[in-house]
Design a protein around this ligand. Structure first.
Ligand SMILES: *Cc1c(COP(=O)(O)O)cnc(C)c1O
Length: 400
């Protein structure tokens, strides 16, 4: 067991603790790759593509350099380009919208549901027009978006669906894995994700043989036969060393996700009597893989917390407890996307969440005392403010 540097503290995540568990297998596999002399698009990457496709309930996997490239390549393979619109939530990591912008298309930001943090399917209808080509739902924090109505809308309007499954590998919706619903689904193996490489890596999974073939060409300079370029592509490949790290970790993914679920239950239990904290909920017939355990520090109404999110994060840090706000500015208010003309007030739920969310320590090696330490600290901090009769200022949702 690893000991945090502050014995009473709890880090946001602890990748070293995971390495202690799987280090020998990783080192063995990585060493055999190093000794093989085959470093790009080899046998280990192929195994990984097959294994991840299987987890996602799809036929094909195409390994790429990272999750952002996976999104951009998926849009590319779907022929999304200038003049097209793609519907995606504003309340997500910016890479989702960035991939759309990189293709020259326009991200059309959709509101999210305040309980699941995912696309509100009801909002799709009012955003679809003749330019709409695709929808990218994001399975934020590890819980599936409401895929059935999303797929129904997509079918009705002839749209492609690309799942952003960067945070939810292993999660299910009505018994089927995330990644199995869309025409293509994108995964990130960024080190902090539930299945993380020792560097950057990503994958697109699909059931469509033609899309898989196009993606394989696009990730390697548009080549199907070496040095015969069918179209302009890019260089975005998942290397053999990263594939080895991921193959060594893969057998543990299910057990790690189950452990995260147990930790989430400890949190829910511990939070029972803490005022002003809204804990995350799992919607009916969905399983959550808890990439993040994200609370809302309520900022409005009678049930609001006696402290704002930013001050709570600061006080936790002072006690050696890690926390992080994913994400403090919704995409529609980011400077990077200002050319799309959104204004404050356009997506009130996304803006509210950006000022309230706080992700707490979550990693499979956590023990119950860690959870009790985190929640105990939050309870103490809030109690102290309540005694002081402090009225919190809301957290700042910055740009634009
Ligand atoms: C991590 C992440 C990405 C990007 O993946 P990278 O591998 O970091 O490029 C995209 N979307 C979401 C929701 C993510 O969490």
């Amino acid at each position: 067991m690893s000991t945090p540097s502050n014995p009473k503290g709890v880090p946001l995540l602890d990748l070293k603790a995971q390495y202690e568990q799987v280090g020998p297998q990783i080192e063995q596999l990585a060493l055999s790759v190093l000794r093989s002399g085959h470093y790009i698009l080899g046998a280990v990457g192929k195994q990984l593509e097959e294994s991840v496709a299987e987890i996602c309930g799809t036929k094909y996997g195409v390994g790429v350099a990272n999750g952002t490239d996976a999104l951009e390549l998926a849009l590319w393979a779907a022929n999304v380009g200038p003049g097209d619109e793609v519907i995606t939530p504003s309340f997500t990591f910016a890479a989702t919208a960035e991939a759309i912008a990189m293709r020259g298309a326009r991200p059309v930001f959709i509101e999210v549901d305040p309980v699941t943090f995912n696309i509100d399917p009801e909002a799709i209808k009012s955003l679809v027009n003749a330019k709409t080509r695709a929808i990218i739902p994001v399975h934020l924090y590890g819980q599936s978006a409401d895929m059935e109505p999303i797929m129904a809308f997509a079918e009705r309007f002839g749209l492609k669906v690309i799942e952003d499954n960067a945070q939810a590998i292993g999660a299910t919706y009505k018994g089927k894995p995330t990644g199995s619903f869309g025409h293509m689904s994108c995964i990130s193996f960024y080190p902090t994700k539930n299945l993380g490489a020792a560097g950057d890596a990503g994958m697109i999974v699909t059931d469509d043989a033609e899309l898989a073939d196009r993606l394989r060409a696009l990730r390697a300079h548009g080549m199907r036969t070496r040095y015969y370029h069918d179209e302009v592509g890019i260089n975005s490949r998942l290397d053999e060393i990263q594939a080895a790290v991921l193959m060594a970790k893969l057998p543990h993914l299910k057990e790690w996700n189950e452990k995260r679920n147990e930790i989430a239950k400890w949190y829910a239990q511990a939070f029972k009597n803490v005022q002003g904290i809204i804990i995350p909920q799992v919607a009916l017939r969905r399983s959550h893989v808890w990439h993040q355990y994200t609370i809302r520090v309520a900022s409005t109404g009678a049930g609001r917390a006696a402290i704002n999110r930013d001050d709570l994060a600061k006080e936790l840090a002072a006690r050696g407890i890690g926390s992080m706000c994913y994400y403090p500015v919704p995409c529609h208010l980011q400077k990077a996307f200002s050319q799309y003309g959104y204004r404050r007030g356009d997506l009130p739920v996304s803006e509210l969440l950006a000022g309230e969310v706080l992700s707490l320590p979550m990693y499979p090696e956590m023990q119950e005392w860690h959870v009790k330490t985190v929640v105990g600290a939050i309870q103490e901090i809030i109690n102290a403010r309540m005694v002081a009769g402090f009225v919190p200022a809301p957290s700042v949702v910055a740009p634009i």
